[in-house]
Design a protein around this ligand. Structure first.
Ligand SMILES: [Zn+2]
Length: 182
């Protein structure tokens, strides 16, 4: 009788429609990756000045998480926690983070690196990673793009697809020794 059990059928319908709503929201979020980005520098004005006059050597470990509270945009660009010189680009549905990727660039090398794109359960296969990488490229035109670590074997197909037509192709490349940051 399970297939005709109205309770299980209703539960199934509810969870199906919840999944569909999640996917709709995720695709909507993917569509905003280039246009709806809030940015927090995470520096006080003084650390920003210190950073400028010291050419970035000071003022890097002073990220204040409180800055993040001011961000309400669906996509948020913040200093990557515990990774000086790196930033995190994260996608939110409401207050829930559903995607994040770390990235950094070196203007001297004309190179960008991304690492650890992660889509949360329930929001995969909605184009979030592709949209986020595309938005990072659009926001930093003219760079070649790489991954800093090796590729996990199960992510290889993703990186091959993501790298199509992209300078650098998201191939694994060691970080340069310049002063990274953006
Ligand atoms: Zn460099």
């Amino acid at each position: 009788m399970t297939s005709n059990d109205p309770t299980s059928s209703r539960d199934q319908t509810t969870s199906d429609s919840e999944a569909a709503a999640r996917h709709r929201a995720a695709r909507d979020l993917a569509g905003k990756a280039e246009t709806h980005v809030g940015r927090a520098d995470g520096c006080t004005p003084m650390t920003r000045i210190l950073r400028r006059i010291s050419r970035g050597r000071f003022g890097r470990s002073t990220w204040n998480p409180e800055f993040e509270d001011g961000l309400t945009a669906p996509w948020r660009d913040t200093p990557a926690y515990g990774r000086p010189g790196w930033r995190e680009r994260a996608g939110y549905i409401g207050d829930e983070e559903v995607f994040a990727v770390d990235y950094t660039i070196c203007a001297r090398c004309g190179a960008g690196w991304v690492e650890m794109p992660y889509t949360y359960d329930g929001y995969t296969r909605c184009g979030l990673a592709t949209a986020a990488l595309s938005a990072l490229r659009a926001g930093h035109p003219g760079l070649s793009w790489y991954t800093a670590g090796g590729h996990y074997r199960d992510a290889e197909a993703f990186w091959v697809a993501a790298g199509q037509g992209v300078s650098g192709g998201y191939r694994a490349r060691q970080l340069c020794s310049h002063d990274l940051g953006l």
